[in-house]
Design a protein around this ligand. Sequence first.
Ligand code: SF4
Length: 392
Amino acid sequence: MTDKPWGTLVGVRPAKQLHRLLDQGINYEDAFVQMHKENIISAEKFALLWQVCQKERPILAESSRPHLFSIYVGVPFCPTRCLYCSFPAHSLSELGSLRKQFIAALLQEIAATGNLTQEFKLQPYTVYFGGGTPTALHAAELETIIIALRQAFPGTWREFTIEAGRPDTLTADHLAVMKQYGVNRVSVNPQTMHQETLNRIGRRHSPEDIVYAMQAVREAKIDIINMDLIIGLPGENTKLVQASVQQVLALSPENITLHVFSRKRASRYAQKEELFSLPDTNSIVEMHTTATTMITKQDYHPYYLYRQRDILGDLENIGYALPGCECLYNIAMIEERHHILGLGGGATSKFIRPDFSLKNLSSPKDVRMYIERVPQLLRLRELELKKSLSFS
Ligand code: SF4
C-alpha cells in the first residue's frame, strides 16, 4: 500500500466525485483511469469507493428529489465528554441544568420549521437524532420532542434513528417511547469492548453495559441496531481490536460503523496529547485490515464512507450493513444531494440546489448560544430554503 492510498482526495466525501462520473454513465475502468490521473487514488481504495457508490445509487435515486428532506435533531448533552470528541456535547454535570431551556428552544424551532416545510409542500424522508447523546435526556423529555416532530412534520418517515451511543443512558422507558413513536434504528456504541480503554477515553460504562443495552433494544423489537467502533484508540493493539470486533459480531448488529481515531483540535485529546500514546501507521493499518476482514467475512458490505482531517493512517470511516439494512440518512447526509434541516444544538442544515451545489447553515455548538439564537436561525433557514426552492 502507498503512503497516501487516497491520493489527493483529502476532502471528507470522496464518493461525491465518483457519483458525478457515474451520473455520466462511466464504466469502472474509465472511472478508475480518470480518478487515478486526477487524484492518484490507489486501485484498492477505488474498488472500495466503487462498491460503496453501487450501494448508494438506488438510495440516492429515491432520496434526491427537491420536495424531500431529512431532519437532524442535535441534543448537545452527554454523561461525560469522550477524549476524542469534537461534537457539541456538554457534560451533564457542567450544563445539564440548561436542559429545560434547550428543549423549549428546540420545540420553538421544530414548530416554526414545520410550518415552513408544510407551506412549501415538502415531504419528510428520514429523521435522525444525534448529538451528543439523545438518551441523556429523560424519556419524557424525548417523548415531548418526538410528539412535536410528528405534529410539525406529518407523513411517512422512511427511517427514524435515535442514537443511544452511551449504553449507561438507555432505559426501558426510553425504549418504550422509541417503540411507541416508530423509531426503527438505534445506535449503541461501544467504541471498544476493552474496559481499560473505556476508562482511558472517559466513558463511564463497561463492556457488559453494551451487552445489556443490546439485549434491551432487541427485546424492544427495534429493526436495526448500529454499533460504532474506533480503530487506533490510545493504548490499543491488534489483539484488542480483534477481541472487540469479535464481541460486536457476536451481538449481530445490522450496522457496524468502523471509525479511525482522528486528532480533532476541539477535543480533550488535543489539549493533553503528550499523556497518550497512539499506534504508529503500520499498526493502525494492521488493526484496520484485521477489523475490516473480520466484518466483511460475515454478510456485511460497505455502504457509505467519509474521511476526516488528521485521521490516523490516512484511512477512512466506513459504515457496514447487512443487505437491505443501509442507513438512508447517512447516505443522504454524506452525499449531499438531499435537503437536511438541522434542528437543535450544533446541527447543520444543507440546502441543495438542482446542480447539487449546496449551502450549509450551522447552529452554535454551545447550548447557551443556541438558545439565544433560535429566532435568527429561523430567519436564515427560511431565506436559504426559499433560495434553494426557487431554483427547482
Ligand atoms: S458520546 Fe459521542 S457526542 Fe458524547 S462525548 Fe462521546 S463522542 Fe462526544
